[in-house]
Design a protein around this ligand. Structure first.
Ligand SMILES: Nc1ncnc2c1ncn2[C@@H]1O[C@H](COP(=O)(O)OP(=O)(O)OP(=O)(O)O)[C@@H](O)[C@H]1O
Ligand SMILES: [Mg+2]
Length: 508
């Protein structure tokens, strides 16, 4: 909030006539404007369509509810005054109002008066665009939330251990001040307070509230990096970059990582990786439903993107996951001539990817490049583009091991290398299904699952990549010089030698 206050102060000093404050939070904005007046409360008059103007000392100005009367009041008011018009946008496109606003410009400049407009959605008629400047008021920052929590904890005489305190603050980001206060009050009333249980309730509540931004979903983090089989290069990259969100990394001169583009064959771990990263880095994971945002109709799309980005940034550091991006932006490629809303918004998204300064790490995934606009993958948008191929024989063994272990079996009890050899072109998802199918078979025969069951399943199934051979080949071809392989070069890792030994043993 501090930098926003400073920006507003400068704009007022520079005599900007009209400032559009974009926010859901009226109370916070009013407080900010009061701060701008110094201690002189009477320098701020606030208007609503229902009661008209109310001056700093609380008096109502008679007959000022009509928008034209309100503008007249501003016109004749003495110099050096701030005015706040709440939800004025419905009146903005009346020709009389537009004209009056334009006439006001020189007067406001001369008299050092500034008019603020406040609503969650900025609407400005074209004729007035040049006279307006829009300022997005960010949601409460970590220090602000911390202060809020601190005063509540103190007033209630509660004890909260520092680690939990930090997590409560983090979990509250992305909410408005009012929402935070409500949620905290609810925690106190329910007796959960700021305990582990309270924290869970808080996160649950936030998930509900965040539905406000229709296109963001708060994703639960169940998967870990150790749940990913293979993809060694990608995992190493993630582990290395994880530390760069820290303050220490900043002092060392490192920028926070921007994002990753994961391109790959279906079912080979793209979505899995996105979830595991957030957990590895201990950041909240937000899934952005870009496809439904793009198809959400004209006009509002830009607004939706802006709001969504605002919410995501207010939760920073966070991971923003755009799954199956090709489905959303597929139609955008080549449509530049028309400049439809989707194309414009896509442009805005690219700009944000390139220029964002908040630590929002973007993971975009795709399993097809045919329809991807080339500018998406241009340098500067993402730190790296990884290609996730069908797993190699070593990776297949590792994936089988992971899924057996997940279901309470000891991988050492199986000859996984033999199964891996027999499952060429299987995706990770198909290997998981194979384990499950084998277990079903064993269960129905009332015995433990064995290597033989796995082998039988492998003989019986045809992997998708076989039927989609052409597509997989094309993807591979495209990726060869443009992307970095997610898997390790087969011969490079020590532990692969282990597998070689196992393979030799099994061969005997
Ligand atoms: N490398 C892997 N290691 C372990 N499990 C895997 C791996 N790849 C896939 N799986 C299993 O398959 C499931 C589906 O994979 P995931 O959703 O990550 O695929 P995807 O690449 O996103 O596919 P799609 O292109 O269809 O979205 C995972 O939840 C996991 O159980
Ligand atoms: Mg997926």
């Amino acid at each position: 909030m501090e930098s926003t206050l400073e920006e507003l102060r400068l704009l007022v000093q520079a005599r900007y006539p009209f400032i559009y404050l974009v926010s859901f939070e009226e109370e916070r904005v009013v407080r900010a404007l009061r701060w701008l007046t110094g201690a002189q409360e009477d320098r701020l008059a606030i208007w609503t369509a229902t009661s008209g103007f109310r001056t700093g000392d609380g008096d109502l100005v008679a007959d000022s509810a009509d928008p034209m009367a309100a503008l007249e009041f501003i016109d004749v008011h003495e110099p050096r005054q701030l005015f706040l018009l709440k939800d004025f946008h419905p009146f903005m496109d009346r020709s009389q109002v537009t004209r009056k606003l334009r006439d006001l410009v020189p007067i406001l400049e001369r008299d050092q008066k500034t008019v603020f407009f406040l609503s969650p959605h900025p609407v400005v008629p074209t004729e007035l665009e040049k006279d307006f400047v829009a300022v997005e008021v960010p949601l409460p920052s970590p220090p602000e939330v911390s202060k809020l929590l601190g005063s509540l904890v103190k007033s209630q005489g509660l004890e909260v251990e520092p680690d939990l305190y930090e997590r409560v603050v983090k979990a509250s980001l992305g909410l408005t001040e009012k929402e935070i206060k409500k949620v905290y009050t609810k925690l106190l009333i329910s007796g959960k307070r700021f305990t582990e249980e309270g924290l869970e309730a808080l996160i649950e509540e936030k998930r509900r509230i965040l539905h406000r931004s229709r296109f963001l979903e708060y994703v639960d983090l169940a998967d870990q990096i150790s749940d990913i089989g293979g993809l060694g290069q990608l995992k190493q990259w993630l582990i290395e970059r994880g530390v760069s969100f820290s303050e220490r990394a900043r002092q060392f001169g490192l920028p926070p990582p921007k994002g990753l583009f994961l391109l790959g064959v279906q079912g080979c771990g793209k979505s899995l990786t996105a979830k595991a990263v957030a957990r590895l880095w201990k950041l909240p994971l937000l899934r952005l439903d870009l496809a439904s945002m793009f198809s959400s109709g004209s006009g509002g799309v830009e607004q939706n993107l802006r709001e969504t980005i605002l919410v995501a940034e207010s939760m920073a550091p966070a991971v923003l996951w755009i799954d199956e991006i090709e489905k959303a932006v597929g139609g955008v490629a080549g449509a530049t001539a028309e400049r439809g809303p989707a194309t414009r918004v896509f442009g805005a998204l690219l700009t944000w990817l390139q220029e964002k300064t908040k630590p929002v790490f973007v993971i975009a995934t795709a399993n097809d490049v045919a329809n991807l606009p080339p500018e998406l993958l241009r340098k500067g948008r993402f730190d790296e583009i990884f290609f996730i191929d069908l797993p190699t024989v070593h990776e297949r063994a590792e994936i089988l091991a992971i899924h057996l272990r997940k279901r309470g079996r000891e991988p050492e009890d199986f000859q996984l290398y033999s199964v891996a050899e027999l499952t060429e072109k299987y995706s990770g998802a198909e290997l998981e299904q194979l384990v499950i199918a084998a277990m079903f078979y064993a269960f129905s025969h009332e015995r433990q699952v064995t290597t033989q069951d796995l082998l039988r399943q492998a003989r019986e199934t045809v992997p998708l990549a076989v039927t989609m051979d052409e597509q997989v080949k094309a993807l591979k071809e495209w990726s060869r010089y443009r992307t970095r392989p997610a898997a390790y070069d087969t011969r490079r890792m020590d532990f692969f030698e282990e597998w070689e030994e196992v393979a030799d043993d099994e061969a005997v």
